[in-house]
Design a protein around this ligand. Structure first.
Ligand SMILES: NC(=O)c1ccc[n+]([C@@H]2O[C@H](COP(=O)([O-])OP(=O)(O)OC[C@H]3O[C@@H](n4cnc5c(N)ncnc54)[C@H](O)[C@@H]3O)[C@@H](O)[C@H]2O)c1
Length: 339
């Protein structure tokens, strides 16, 4: 697939490292508003290709089949629409867009162009989350009723994150919300969210949040998170407790799982037997961005729908934007998924 990558900032390095391992992707060019940065990336990765500062010009000059969008969230709408209009498929960084209206227009544009637009959700390709998903899918815990995820990482990024509204929910929690959808295969129906900025926070606003999602089939997903919590750090994948009608499983976000199944529930307190969460190699792909890119490439070459196709992944964005709206209104907000 002849490919153009646009946006040569921080995350583009992770993409370029992964692309180097996928022979089916032929990178033709790099675009950034700051062309010097595009040239710098080409040099850093020893790539002999065309660089430019105008996506429009590069699309017409190179005629790629595929565009990788690694620009800032506010540019995703314009970049993907331009690429789709030029007859390219698009695989872009999260989040899809800044608003649901824009995201819906992107979905529509992909449909009208007859092209694929998919979203990077690298955390789905962590081998441990794949193991947990397989364990849940086995049905051993009965019906899943409740999902708790805790994310506590005191991270000092500097830059735009220090000042951005809804920073934790918009920039980080989208990964955890998407992971919840991925794990239990339920969609969001409503949310109540409270954001605040704890004393001592080095962010201007909204560094902490609690969000309670009502998911389909009566499942509740409860998220607690902070980017300014000092001590007892969780992993970036969050710490999870998932409760089913027959038992529970916890995941520390790394390789630590604990699971218990009811043995006898005839008394005041039930007794349980431990269960093992087996390491499950669900795909032949690597982890993180590499796995996501391999999975996307594989699906495209097989003519199949990529796992994080926009028509599905817009639901994760809807969770984020629903949480933001709820927090601003101080009220429970229904999440409508009529895309
Ligand atoms: N999946 C992940 O784990 C992960 C991690 C970090 C960042 N991200 C996402 O990746 C995206 C980029 O983040 P970053 O940290 O690399 O940002 P960045 O600011 O370091 O880089 C973005 C680059 O895009 C360029 N750009 C902006 N608009 C453009 C346009 N219209 N045309 C061409 N170039 C344009 C900028 O000049 C800049 O060099 C964001 O959507 C972010 O949320 C994802």
């Amino acid at each position: 697939m002849k490919t153009l990558l646009v946006g040569c900032g921080g995350i583009s390095q992770t993409w370029l490292k992964a692309i180097a391992q996928i022979p089916e992707i032929e990178l033709l060019g790099l675009v950034d508003l700051d062309e010097a940065l595009a040239k710098q990336r080409a040099q850093q990765f020893e790539l002999e290709l065309v660089t430019g500062s105008s996506l429009f010009d590069m699309l017409h000059k190179l005629k790629p089949d595929l565009v990788f969008d690694c620009t800032i969230p506010q540019a995703h709408y314009d970049v993907s629409l331009a690429a789709l209009k030029a007859g390219c498929h698009v695989f872009g960084e999260k989040p899809m867009a800044d608003s649901l209206t824009e995201a819906q227009q992107m979905v529509k544009a992909a449909k009208e162009a007859g092209k694929v637009y998919a979203v990077m959700q690298n955390r789905r390709y962590d081998p441990n989350i794949r193991s947990l998903k397989a364990f849940l899918a086995s049905g051993v815990l009965g019906d899943i009723t409740t999902v708790h995820a805790d994310f506590f990482v005191g991270a000092r990024f500097g830059g735009f994150r220090d000042h951005m509204k809804h920073i934790l929910v918009k920039d980080m929690a989208i990964h955890t919300f998407d992971a919840a959808r991925f794990l239990i295969e339920k969609d969001p129906e409503a949310v109540y969210c409270h954001e605040w900025n704890p004393k001592g926070s080095w962010y201007d606003q909204d560094a902490s949040a609690i969000a309670i999602f009502e998911m389909t089939d009566g499942v509740l997903f409860n998220y607690r998170g902070s980017w300014c919590a000092e001590g007892l750090r969780t992993t970036w994948e969050s710490e999870w407790r998932i409760i089913g009608t027959k038992g529970s499983v916890s995941w520390n976000g790394a390789e630590g799982f604990k699971a218990e199944l009811i043995e006898d529930n005839s008394g005041f307190l039930s007794t349980y037997k431990p269960l093992t969460v087996h390491s499950h190699k669900a795909t032949d792909f690597g982890a993180g961005h590499l796995g996501a890119l391999q999975s996307f490439t594989h699906a495209m070459l097989e003519g199949k729908e990529p796992e994080t196709i926009c028509t599905d992944n817009i639901k994760s964005l809807a969770m984020v934007l629903g949480a933001v709206e709820s927090s601003e209104k101080g009220a429970r907000v229904p999440i409508k998924l009529s895309f």
